[in-house]
Design a protein around this ligand. Sequence first.
Ligand code: HEC
Length: 106
Amino acid sequence: MKRLCLIAATTLIAMTLNAGAADGSAIYTKECTKCHGADGKGDTPMGKKLKCKDLSVEAAKLGEAKIATAIKEGLKEGDKVRMKAFKDLSDADVQALAKYVLTLKK
Ligand code: HEC
């Protein structure tokens, strides 16, 4: 029983540390820049083609919750997927990302 508690406690600590380590900036660079650009303006070949809006302006209007939803569920226009859902990201990752997107503001 003692041992089980110890394992549970260790897992909990590891999970907390992991959540704290979610790095919005790194994930953004890896997953988002090819469309939205490093500065969020969408000034990339892909971003222009897809007509990405300027996140450095729009993010603040959307707010953290809507940004998080867009990342988790993606964006559709009718039946057409405009941005895919990033299902592999943990909630902590999504939250860190949403916060990071808000810092792109000029
Ligand atoms: C394949 C290109 C592509 C990638 C990769 C991509 N996006 Fe998008 N994103 C779009 C398009 C297209 C739109 C919809 C057009 C628009 O309104 O800007 C969009 C819209 C958004 C919006 C606005 C949501 C809303 O409700 O209007 C946010 C916030 C966003 N993306 C964040 C991200 C983040 C964070 C990542 C990385 C995890 C990411 N995007 C990766 C193409 C992409």
